[in-house]
Design a protein around this ligand. Sequence first.
Ligand SMILES: *Cc1c(COP(=O)(O)O)cnc(C)c1O
Length: 429
Amino acid sequence: MNYKRSSALFAESEKVIPGGVNSPVRAFKGVGGTPIFVKGAKGAYLYDEDDNRLIDYINSWGPMILGHAFEPVVNAVVEKAKKGTSFGMPTEIETQIAQLAVSMVPNIDKIRFVNSGTEACMSAVRLARGFTGKDKIIKFAGCYHGHSDSFLIQAGSGASTFGTPNSPGVTQGTAKDTLLARYNDLENVSELIEANKNEIACIIIEPVAGNMGCIPPKEGFLQGLRDLCDTNNILLVFDEVMTGFRLAKGGAQALFNINADIVCFGKVIGGGLPVGAFAARNEIMNHLAPLGPVYQAGTLSGNPLAMAAGLAMLTELNTDPDIFKRLAEKTAYLHEGIARVLKENNVVHTINRVGSMISVHFDEGNVVDFETAAKGNNESFKKFFHGLLNEGVYIAPSAFETWFITDALSYEDLDFTILAVNTVAKTLN
Ligand SMILES: *Cc1c(COP(=O)(O)O)cnc(C)c1O
């Protein structure tokens, strides 16, 4: 494939944008080579600046669950834009999308809209601290909750239970309030709670991890966290930025039948515009300003274009009850096809899948946490990524990402992809 124009555009962007990109994963550092510049997209396909057609398995990292340029969303945004793009005053559509979201998701009474998943998780943690009057939080290694300071933490050394910053600019003071636990390891969480009695405000988790590949929670893990939270007066925060409105109408809470105390949203909820949100029962949400003392605000929060896109997206998901079943079936079909051709070509691999999230790991062991996810063969992944790209199939340019299946994919697209995997598999051993 020809990437001449993408390469030229990247050379230009590098002069005026750090690393040429506005979010680091886009720079292809994990796989090498030059990022692809997109000209446009429709349905399941991306069209790049060199006029290559790519089947898209990232879908803007999740939002395009119904495909690119989905007409009801596009039309809603265009019509809204004609009436003004921002007012900094309440609008009816904010209530409409809030009513719909609250009706679709279990266990929430009120929802506050923000502009990104980062903002949603950052605000959820502040609310949890304000509500409980405690400072510390537990997060899991390998889970991503956006780039706010409290989350840019890695495991501390030796016997210390608290974390250390994993980015310059995050202070030790912030790091000491974030405790790191192993995903799928209840015993480890229990120990952290014991060692920090009455100091923990919340446990925040991706109920299905999607930022170290796709990692499902083990049977009983989420319920175990729920029980630990109940016994120790800790809030359970589900970061459903990836899973919300994707795994089911009601997200992971509905899929696993576990109630979280605070739920964070992003990605699908904005239909491709910059939207995040966090939600909870009245007793918790009423602690937020202007009702309560916990401050949180945003000039562009509840922006009419963003709300129009989100409302059109949620309306579609709410009115077509088969979407989530269809998505899971397509993903299972892809899973079986990829597993079959990798096996035929003797490529060592593990595939994880929940609903429409799936990831291929080049390792034979179970991938259940960050440690096991990091064991995968990254050289194989790089070859796999570039091989697929060359065949016209675009997956995330990092081994630590899930693929996001869109309803716009046809079974011909899936067969095309499985054939491409077969071709690439022959180069992997
Ligand atoms: C993407 C993501 C975020 C961050 O959302 P942004 O909109 O990129 O700030 C937070 N949590 C999870 C689980 C995510 O996948």
